[in-house]
Design a protein around this ligand. Structure first.
Ligand SMILES: [Fe+2]
Ligand SMILES: [Fe+2]
Length: 336
């Protein structure tokens, strides 16, 4: 399969040659052929492991009177030394999970919009990447239905202070900018999948997590492992054809967007449901060593994927990425 048949919505005429930097090797003819067989394997795995959450992941989180669905150490306030009652911890666990799931579902909607846009203009609809995108969209719609069910059963009451008409308009505009840029979309997909993956890994492995929440986490992680493999591969292909503006956005703007995404997985309104000051607690939580460590760990996977794909180079890691991941210019953990 030639490189040109990879999913890419960009009209070649819109990318003047002068915009292009040195292309990474991952997308050469040999690289594209190797990637074809990787995608074929992902296609077979997705075809074999079809899960219908309405049949295979039944049940619901335990009711609030039966205790917290997540242990305190998995909550965003871990390490803040707040003295909270059992009841407050039980409420907070449900509200935090609902906030994370809500953001996850919306993020997946953007991913699907981007994939569908790319497919609508793909040169070759028989490309294994197109077939995989269809598998991925299918998997996202199925586990998104499960997320919707879980949010309904969690019945959160928190009000997101950013949920305002002006923010929705800004969201529509910025999502439009993202989905038309395949490399940028891939970078955000990597982050949008690595961040919940780390949270769900911890939830799935902890003995005190509610059994239904564990089941949801395990199921989602299985599918996301393939999605991550796909994004790690396509990001190099899309980067090779990205223009200067898209490259600038990936180097300088994407880490800011990812930092905001991470911070808002638990929005400030969540803390208000247990009588804490919303923004104040949110700021403290996001500066806590435990939370920073979690961000560094989740984003390390994104950074590694970008270096391996030739998008970023060790020795020249841009400052925003260094701050996001807590690393130096060589992608090694920063001192202090
Ligand atoms: Fe997903
Ligand atoms: Fe996914």
């Amino acid at each position: 399969m030639s490189q040109s048949s990879a999913i890419d919505l960009r009209d070649p005429a819109s990318s003047p040659a002068g915009e292009h930097g040195a292309a990474p090797s991952a997308s050469g003819a040999g690289g594209a052929a190797a990637n074809d067989s990787k995608v074929e394997r992902l296609n077979s795995a997705s075809a074999r492991r079809l899960i219908d959450p309405d049949v295979d992941v039944q049940g619901r989180p335990r009711p609030i009177e039966d205790g917290a669905i997540l242990p305190p150490e998995l909550l965003s306030i871990a390490g803040l030394d707040l003295s909270l009652s059992e009841e407050q911890l039980a409420i907070l666990a449900r509200e935090e999970l609902a906030s994370i799931t809500n953001m996850g579902l919306r993020f997946e909607a953007v991913l699907m919009a981007g994939f569908c846009l790319q497919m609508s203009v793909a040169e070759d609809l028989t490309d294994p990447r197109v077939v995989y995108a269809l598998h991925e969209v299918g998997e996202e719609t199925r586990h998104s239905r499960l997320f919707s069910r879980m949010i309904r059963d969690l019945a959160p009451t928190a009000v997101n202070p950013l949920d305002k008409p002006i923010m929705r308009r800004l969201q529509i505009w910025s999502e439009g900018q993202i989905i038309k840029r395949p490399a940028l979309l891939d970078v955000l997909i990597l982050a949008g999948e690595e961040i919940p993956d780390l949270f769900q890994k911890r939830a799935a492995e902890h003995p005190d997590t509610d059994p239904f929440v564990k089941a949801v986490s395990k199921y989602h992680r299985q599918e996301e492992a393939r999605h991550l493999a796909f994004a790690r591969m396509t990001v190099g292909e899309h980067w090779a054809r990205a223009g200067w503006l898209e490259r600038f956005l990936v180097r300088r703007v994407a880490p800011l967007v990812i930092g905001d995404m991470f911070g808002m997985t638990v929005h400030p309104g969540v803390y208000e449901t247990i009588g804490l000051p919303g923004w104040e607690t949110w700021k403290k939580a996001n500066k806590s060593p435990a939370r920073l460590q979690m961000r560094y760990e989740a984003c390390a996977g994104v950074l590694r994927a970008l270096i391996e794909a030739g998008v970023l180079r060790s020795g020249r890691i841009p400052s925003g990425w260094r701050r996001l991941c807590g690393v130096d210019r060589h992608a090694s953990p920063a001192a202090g």
